[in-house]
Design a protein around this ligand. Structure first.
Ligand code: FA5
Length: 368
């Protein structure tokens, strides 16, 4: 603003007041649009800096009389303070916004938000062995069986001796296992990773009075050379029924019912003699290989049959180990290979897929 000549006090005061208010309004509208601190500081310099428009306007005060200064001075200071206050507020506002943006960008979301929920639903789920185990549990629960559990680390007594397999028995070689180099039990027995779920037979028998019936699913461990149908860690499901006058036909009835429910149709089975020291007579219940439909493949070792369900009538010595009088009670037992059953059910040609941890494989199974 150029003022070329001195005005009377009232007029000069009015002109300066109007001019300062006009400048302040102009500043206010500009500052509200700014988005970064550097621009705010530049704008401040344009108004309050050495050559700023407010500063320039106030230079006229030098020429004013004392009376004029008394009126215009406080007014000018108030405008300067208002500008400075606006600048400070804007700087704080921008800084806060920048911090919020940074926090939003680097935020670690540990809650189950939509994206996470989606990936859990897409990729999470139950393993096919668990799915089939749960189905079998339901089938047996509906037939009045209990479901028991037992430890993975067992002692020699429960894994072998109570099952009629003493220390020098050749049947121990059929189930080579992993032994622990730890202290023996008080009875002088060593510890091992259980080789079958039959260990739970003795534990179940000694805590129950006949008649009873239970199943016991779980992981088992064997020192095996792996191939299309053998793993070192696999799953079995033990079953046992004890009472009076139980016969082989009862055993066959339950086994056929189980397979019909699992495969939702009658499957072709064959029963052949099988040797297990804890049953007498003992059987191998094989089912027709559903991978090759009986033609012969690597899973059934070209025989057309897959061994899934060894079983038999409980040996009197095993009943005695469970405190049951074999003269009064008898029963049957079976030990189902769960992984092989899963293979038959879903047409899986190699057992090693099951525990490969490959999501492309496991995500194919219905899990909810
Ligand atoms: C036993 O383990 C007996 N305890 C089963 C039993 C229980 C018989 C009660 C009689 C009465 P066997 O070693 O055959 O038996 O194993 C049982 C089932 O486990 C087999 O039919 C097979 O389906 C499965 N199986 C055995 N070894 C393996 C392996 N290395 N990998 C995957 N599945 C296996």
């Amino acid at each position: 603003m150029k003022i070329c000549h001195l005005e009377p006090l009232a007029k000069l005061g009015m002109i300066m007041k109007e001019k300062l208010e006009e400048l302040y309004k102009e500043f206010e509208s500009q500052v509200s649009l700014l988005k970064n601190q550097a621009d705010v500081l530049n704008l401040k310099a344009e108004y309050l800096g050495k050559k700023g428009s407010i500063t320039e306007t106030l230079k006229f005060l030098k020429k004013a009389t004392v009376e004029e200064k008394k009126v215009i001075g406080p007014m000018a200071n108030s405008i300067k303070e208002k500008v400075q206050k606006q600048v400070n507020q804007k700087l704080v506002e921008i800084e806060k916004k920048e911090i919020d943006q940074k926090l939003e960008k680097n935020k670690l979301d540990i809650s189950f938000r939509d994206s996470l929920k989606e990936s859990v639903l897409l990729h999470g789920g139950l393993h096919p062995v668990t799915l089939i185990q749960q189905e079998i549990e339901d089938i047996f629960l509906s037939m009045g069986f209990e479901v028991l559990d037992g430890p993975h680390i067992e002692d020699e007594f429960h894994n072998f001796e109570a099952l009629n397999i003493p220390g020098d028995h050749p049947a121990r070689d059929m189930q080579d296992t992993f032994w622990f180099h730890d202290k023996e039990t008080p009875e002088g027995k060593r510890h091992l990773l259980r080789t079958h779920t039959s260990t739970i037979q003795v534990r179940g028998m000694s805590t129950r009075k006949p008649p009873f019936r239970f199943i016991a699913p779980g992981k088992v461990f064997r020192c095996e050379r792996t191939d299309a149908s053998h793993e070192m860690v696999f799953h079995q499901l033990e079953g046992m029924m004890v009472g009076k006058d139980i016969s082989v036909s009862n055993l066959i009835y339950f086994m056929k019912t189980l397979l019909r429910e699992i495969f939702r149709k009658d499957v072709e089975v064959r029963l052949r003699p099988g040797f297990f020291p804890f049953v007498e007579p003992g059987f191998e219940l094989d089912m027709k290989c559903l991978i090759c439909n009986g033609k012969g493949c690597s899973v059934c070792k070209q025989t057309g049959w897959v061994e899934v369900l060894p079983c038999g009538m409980i040996h009197p010595n095993v009943l005695k180990a469970g405190n049951i009088d074999p003269e009064e009670h008898n029963g049957f037992a079976f030990g189902l290979g769960l992984d092989r059953l899963v293979m038959m059910r879903y047409g899986i040609e190699d057992i090693r897929h099951l525990h490969s941890g490959d999501l492309r494989f496991t995500s194919q199974f219905k899990s909810y």
